[in-house]
Design a binder for this molecule. Sequence first.
Ligand code: GAP
Length: 488
Amino acid sequence: MKKKQEKDDRRTPGTSVVAKTDKGVMAGKMEKIISLCKRRGFVFPSSEIYGGFGAVYDYGPYGTELVNNIKTAWWKAMVRENDNIVGLDSAIFMHPKVWEASGHTAGFSDPLIECRKCHARLRVDHILEEAGVFADEKMSEEEINKLLEENKDKIECAKCNCKDFTKAKKFNLLVKSNLGNFTGNWEENPVYLRGETCQGIYINFKNVLDSTRVKVPFGIAQIGKSFRNEITARQFIFRKREFEQMEMQMFVHPDDEMDHFEEWKEKRWQFYLDLGIKEENLKWHEHENLVFYAKAAWDIEYDFPFGFKELEGIHARGDYDLTQHSKFSGKDLSYQDPHTNEKYIPHVVEASAGADRTFLALLSEAYTEEEIEKENGEKELRVVLKFPKKLAPIKVAVFPLLKNKPDLVKKAKEIYDSLKSQFMCEFDDNGNVGKRYRRQDEIGTPYCITVDFDSLEDDTVTIRDRDTMKQERIKAGELEGFFNKNLG
Ligand code: GAP
């Protein structure tokens, strides 16, 4: 667990926040991304026909492909490329004691105030941040209320601009359910939806150890949904109430913890570069105010349109997690080295990433606007998602030049059918070819194939490259080899 500021917490509490970017320009980019996500089937607000549902989103057809490609890349980098990491898929529901042991029931909270006029509930650190004041996450309710009092002239309700608020209270972020409770008084003994996936890893440490051939140092990796009652819905899919984590916990000898930590810092940085993120858009943020058991905590931040924010946390967590679960469950979670017979509680190095934030970072990185000249000399704005080819939701789009020419449609369908099981393909015969290109550019499709009248004569097609917009002619029989070579 790690509750913290998602802003620059190297500042002293109570000091001014300096605006980093031209908010107008950056907000413009964010709005364009949100609009494209809806228009082109990447992300939809949940339950939209019922007016939406705060901070919950659905991935549309292209978003689903993209998020699956992100998760596959993460799984490959973790489980397939590291001989000593195995996978897990633990349940969302766990015994309520798990969250007592982890400290979530007591300490997983954000400070909240309510506007007395419009009753909007607001996160105190966010409202202070907007007023240029930094609040430390470790502050008690009393300290937060003092800071609010000192800055009462600067803060106002984001919804109605009123300055009259209730006192700040800490609000627990765990989401409760009535699973398995038929008594009606479930709120007294709730079962929680998991607030982070890694607790499922800790409670299965012994099972994995006993059922596989792993030896310390080894890691367990898991991708799955987590749930948090985030107070304010902000920044699109950056802060969701239902989101997906990609977490890996490495169990190591206490003496080796910091070596593993350094190794994983490097590996995780490289992961984002391998996803095509430009290094200048990434930075490290070291946590200075560590929780008592942690040895080190660093975040990889990405320069989102709203500024640098956390993508992933890498933490050296000591023996806290296994010790706590040993204590609360009464089960011995120590490890005995088969060679030396040394018995110890392994320490944990954690790499905890968010699939949704990686998705947003990739969209932000890929979103490009270019002014191009049409054949008639007019200028046009081309919107392209320049995803790395391996991550693009659709790899190849196949078009017949004209939809009312059965021979062209038939040949284009044959080509589409011959490629679709190997590459994620789309068949499109709507509108003219120019419009189809624009649409494929907006969803980031690296290659478009057009079947024209020459194709019927000489079995060649044109392939158009998304980034250069150049077209080349190629034999239909050579398409598979071309894509195997160029899609990476
Ligand atoms: N097990 C450690 C842990 O959960 P965290 O910093 O709270 O640490 C890890 O979460 C990652 O999960 C974050 O870096 C972020 O990518 C993602 N994440 C956390 N809260 C999120 C939210 N409300 N919406 C989307 N992603 C979130």
